[in-house]
Design a protein around this ligand. Structure first.
Ligand code: COA
Length: 623
């Protein structure tokens, strides 16, 4: 079928729907719901058999939904209606929640039901549940709905509140009054629940020292306590710990309320930027935390007590598991440096295999764009950050005393999607999404991608992946060699599989031979072209991106980063998404010519002149 995806953003769920439907053989185009005319244009040009809206905040025009088969993926159980579905589910301690695929209708979320799925609600942030359990349920329901539509014989179910399985109801938009934390009354678990229900948006509005901030990233604390509820009693790695009536709660990120006045002292700072976007709490609060004690944590923390931790380590049966769960997968300069220190300690352990577990929501999304945006000198901070992440990747690439594995549960993008390839093996859960490209940020990219990516997928695919900034799913990733193994989508089963496979690697009779072969291969590759040369060539390009001298894909990095951090919506759907808009035959021919050329040469192996060749081809393509 020709399926048009209409979505408020090309978010994780929309990316996954795109990948899944394409894998089923459907012809997909995407239009962002930027305005009614953009939607109408997309429909008129693509002439879809079916419209699916994976993530929709706006109403679609009546002339669109009344003339086309139009399905809405609603993040709620049958009968649930309204814009704050998951927020209410978390606030109301629902043990089970769901997703419903509805026919678009006059009354929002009240159309006929094509399919629905449920899932167990885990104590986690709204965004975390959305990216994991909800997305899985949504994809399952979407596939079923599409199958039912294809069958031509399925009659959707009318919404009928008298049916026992229709348990939802119409709920209003959740307002800040309903989210407000009462520090004098709320227990630590209630505070965490309130923050979770509003994370990643809109956040819970609260006051700190008489200024208003939105709170994000709540973590339980089992040891620290303070006398005055709400008071900041400790800080660690950018997060703050606040006393509650029955313990304490860590809050990792804050966003200043727009209307808030700059604190007086900030007017005199040389870079008095208005930091009105999400940042680590300590970055926002600055010197107001000067008397707040640090609560140190071991670089290879492996305790079981609840506390705020970004990096921790487990070890069993000759296998080490290094977790690094950085908020949103963004890795700042300091986070990379801490990770390197932990990685080195993990290497010194008497294990045979080291598994890089990444985080629950994302393995990594590369350098920390928000921290860079907040820096006094963004170009300088970009440089420090990219070097720090490169240093981490270098450690993995040059690890000689163990086999390494990247185990990807959450997805990864840009530098993170290249960093996973530094390990000897790459495993991922079936539903993971990879975005191995930098182009949307106007960057050439580093993380040794010019070494690792073509080594795994060949030069042609490497160029294809980096030039067309589209996500790939695990089936395609495995087929092209980007990924080695696809694991379960059930978290417990996934962890079990990772453990079994890592232990099998460690105990395999041919382990010593594998380690030896890995060393020899690295030495051979080093003789052909040293890692330092790959890095230098990549960083040369990055430097010109950072300085604004050279924009990749005609996108200026500083502008793209600003738009990303400030969540500025694009004016139109990018042509690589809107298939209906990009029938530019000449460009297609040029791309084919480039790929033909590359097929005949092995550009990524021939040294620095290879990189120049790519630039030359890219320049021609742009002309
Ligand atoms: N730095 C800072 N924040 C980042 C980030 C980064 N590198 N990558 C993602 N985030 C944040 C987003 O701003 C968003 O924040 P919020 O939910 O708190 O508002 C959150 O992480 C989730 O990202 P989102 O874009 O909504 O997720 P997605 O699943 O739709 O898309 C990516 C995933 C990776 C495609 C997308 O996040 C992306 O393009 N990130 C930038 C990658 C990049 O260019 N890195 C720098 C070069 S190495």
């Amino acid at each position: 079928m020709r399926i048009l995806l209409i979505s408020s953003a090309y978010n994780g769920l929309c990316q996954r729907a795109h990948v899944e439907l394409e894998a089923l053989g459907h012809d997909i185009s995407i239009t962002l719901a930027l305005n009614p005319d953009a939607v109408r244009k997309g429909v008129a040009l693509f002439q879809p058999d079916l419209i699916i809206c994976p993530f929709l905040k706006e109403k679609i025009p009546k002339d669109v939904w009344s003339q086309h088969h139009c399905l809405i993926i609603h993040p709620g159980i049958k009968g649930d209606r309204g814009p704050s579905s998951l927020d209410w589910a978390i606030m109301n301690d629902e043990p089970e929640w769901g997703v419903t695929v509805l026919q678009a209708a006059e009354d929002m979320d009240a159309g006929d039901i094509w399919a629905s799925e449920t899932f167990t609600v885990r104590p986690a942030s709204k965004a975390g549940i959305y990216r994991s359990e909800l997305t899985e349920a949504a994809i399952k329901a979407m596939r079923l709905a599409v199958k039912r539509i294809e069958s031509g014989s399925h009659a959707p179910e009318a919404l009928d509140y008298s049916k026992p399985d229709v348990r939802g109801e119409l709920r209003p938009l959740m307002k800040q009054e309903q989210r407000r934390i009462d520090w004098a009354q709320d227990s630590a678990s209630t505070i965490i629940k309130k923050i979770n229900a509003a994370d990643s948006a809109p956040g819970v509005l609260d006051r700190i020292d008489d200024l208003e901030y939105y709170l994000y990233g709540a973590h339980a604390e089992s040891r620290l306590q303070g006398r005055q509820p709400g008071a900041i009693i400790a800080q660690r790695h950018g997060a703050i710990c606040r006393a509650a009536i029955d313990g304490a709660v860590w809050i990792s990120h804050l966003k200043r309320k727009n209307s808030v006045k700059q604190p007086f002292y900030q007017r005199f700072l040389p870079h008095a930027k208005h930091l009105d976007f999400k940042l680590p709490a300590a970055t926002i609060l600055g010197s107001t935390l000067k008397n707040t004690p640090e609560a140190p944590i071991a670089p290879l923390f492996n305790g079981s007590e609840a506390t705020f931790k970004e990096i921790w380590y487990e070890e069993k049966n000759q296998v080490g598991y290094l977790h690094f769960d950085f908020h949103n997968g963004a890795m700042s300069t300091l986070q990379c440096r801490r990770l390197i220190a932990s990685y080195r300690l993990a290497l010194a352990r008497p294990t045979k295999v080291l598994v890089l577990m990444g985080g629950r929501d994302f393995w990594s999304n590369g350098i920390h764009l928000n921290m860079i945006e907040a820096a006094e000198n963004p170009a300088g901070e970009s440089w420090r950050n990219i070097n720090a992440i490169d240093d981490f990747v270098y450690e993995i690439l040059t690890t000689e005393n163990k086999l390494t594995v990247s185990a990807v549960w959450g997805g990864c993008g840009a530098g993170g999607a290249m960093a996973i390839l530094a390990a000897d093996r790459v495993w991922a859960r079936a539903g993971a999404i990879f975005n191995p490209h930098y182009k949307t940020m106007g960057l050439y990219g580093s993380e040794y991608w010019t070494y690792s990516l073509p080594k795994r997928v060949g030069p042609v695919k490497a160029l294809e992946l980096t030039e067309t900034p589209l996500p790939i799913g695990t089936r395609k990733a495995k087929a092209i060699g980007y990924l080695d193994e696809i694991l379960s989508d059930q978290h417990e089963d996934y962890l079990q599989q990772v453990k079994q496979m890592a232990e099998a690697l460690a105990t395999a009779p041919h382990y010593p031979r594998q380690l030896e072969e890995k060393r020899k291969l690295r030495q051979k590759d080093e003789r052909i072209k040293p890692l330092a040369a790959y890095r230098a060539a990549e960083l040369r390009k990055m430097k010109s991106n950072f300085s604004g001298k050279f924009d990749c894909g005609e996108i200026n990095y500083h502008q793209a980063r600003h738009n990303f951090v400030h969540k500025i919506r694009p004016k139109e759907t990018a042509d690589y998404l809107a298939k209906h808009m990009r029938l530019d035959a000449a460009k297609t021919q040029r791309t084919a010519a480039i790929l033909g050329l590359l097929r005949r040469s092995s550009i990524f192996q021939i040294g620095p002149e290879g990189d120049d060749k790519i630039d030359e081809l890219r320049l021609k393509d742009r002309r």
